[in-house]
Design a protein around this ligand. Structure first.
Ligand SMILES: Cc1ncc(COP(=O)(O)O)c(C=O)c1O
Length: 398
């Protein structure tokens, strides 16, 4: 089937967090929503059909996790990432964020350290702090317009007797890196050496650009598989985050039991009746959607990069290897924190995510979601350009 990602669909008044809650969450209800990580694309037809068919049954009692959920997960991960997983390893979760909290509760004590690599998706840090654990921040190094891992610092942090868990973001939101085999080998070896359990959040792993390749860290070695909880979901790929379904792959029975028991204790495993029909249809029937989506997003990346380079050179795109979340380096504008947020959100009227929300390392950056028709992206960029020109003039006067 041919999908038309250029179609602009009005999402207002659909209880959309991105469009209807932008005032409360970003601070300006008139700003064009280019923040939270869902796309403005219609989701694939087989998913719509599966949800409609379920809706038409007209009874919405408690569901249970059917076997097809596991088969769909196994086939998708094998096909897309070449990793053969077993049905027993798969645990249903109502989202990936709940897994961070549950793992922290199951495998760490109050006061223990959890390693993350900021700037990173903010709920990593929230799940640590909200559970009275301590963030151990293995800050990424930003050099020559690209991010890399500080492995010496990672080893020092993992060696701390209080370090029990690491949450890896691969592909990395917001810096857009798709970690290489060498990176993943080093991370896993360090975690194993110091008994640090690895949670690998691979929610964006279908959205890989420009010939890069996603590697599930747990597929590299059985020893890594036994120390890793790998998190997958069709939610970003097929724009079904609101249906709340994800597949967590846990080959180690001890880790799996700990996760499942903590889920039970928290009474947090009951799914929505629409979650599994959508999940199964997405993974079983919608690869053609993904194959059209990736080039569309790559084209949006190129459009953004060209626009910035030619018209607003003091805002630089950190070239992404994956994800539709663009990390814009505004260091040369000399604006940060509140002033930078005010520029984008109140002056340009473009609702971005503030960079400092991903950790202090992000103070001079903003995150821009380009999971939208190119016309919407162009509109946002024109709004930014108008204000950029005013800002440029004000600089010339000084
Ligand atoms: C890296 C990452 N993990 C997890 C999530 C959300 O997970 P869920 O909606 O499944 O809880 C997001 C959403 O933006 C994300 O970017």
């Amino acid at each position: 089937m041919k999908y038309n990602f250029d179609e602009v669909i009005n999402r207002k008044n659909t209880q959309s967090s991105k469009w209807d809650n932008v005032g409360a969450r970003v601070g300006n209800s008139n700003a064009l929503p280019m923040w939270v990580a869902d796309t403005d694309f219609r989701c694939p037809q087989p998913v719509v059909d599966a949800v409609k068919a379920r809706a038409e049954h007209m009874i919405y009692g408690y569901p249970y996790t059917v076997q097809e959920f596991k088969e769909a997960t196994i086939n998708w991960i094998k096909k897309r990432h070449g990793w053969e997983i077993k049905p027993d390893w798969i645990v249903f979760a109502t989202g990936i964020v709940p897994v961070f909290n549950t793992m922290i509760q199951a495998f760490t004590e109050v006061g223990d350290e959890v390693i993350i690599q900021r700037p990173v998706y903010h709920p990593f840090g929230f799940s640590i702090v909200d559970n009275d654990r301590v963030i151990s921040d293995n800050s990424l190094i930003y050099e020559n317009d690209q991010y890399r891992i500080d492995f010496e610092d990672l080893e020092r942090r993992a060696a701390s007797p209080k370090a029990k868990l690491m949450i890896l973001c691969n592909p990395h939101n917001p810096v857009g890196r798709v970690w290489t085999k060498e990176d993943l080998l080093k991370i896993s070896e360090i975690c194993l050496r110091y008994n640090v359990i690895l949670i690998s959040d691979e929610i964006h792993s279908d959205l890989i650009f420009f010939g890069n390749k996603h590697i599930p860290v747990a597929s590299l070695d059985e020893r890594y598989a036994m120390n890793t909880v790998s998190c997958y979901a069709p939610s970003k790929t097929f724009n079904i985050a609101g249906l709340r379904g994800s597949g967590i792959v846990v080959p180690n029975p001890k880790l799996r039991k700990g996760l499942e028991e903590q889920f039970k204790k928290n009474r947090s495993i009951q799914q929505n009746v629409f979650a599994l029909p959508a999940y199964i249809a997405a993974y079983n029937e919608c690869e053609d959607y993904l194959e059209q989506l990736v080039p569309y997003l790559e084209n949006n990346v190129d459009f953004l990069e060209h626009f910035l380079k030619t018209k607003m050179p003091k805002i630089k795109l950190v070239k992404p290897e994956g994800t539709y979340l663009m990390w814009l380096d505004c260091c040369e504008m000399g604006l940060s924190g509140d002033a930078l947020a005010d520029f984008f959100i109140n002056k340009c009227l473009v609702a971005v995510n503030r960079g400092d929300g991903f950790g202090p390392e992000g103070a001079n950056f903003v995150r821009l979601n380009i999971g939208c028709p190119q016309a919407t992206l162009a509109q946002g960029l024109c709004q930014i350009l108008e204000q950029y020109k005013i800002w440029e003039k004000s600089q010339a006067v000084q």
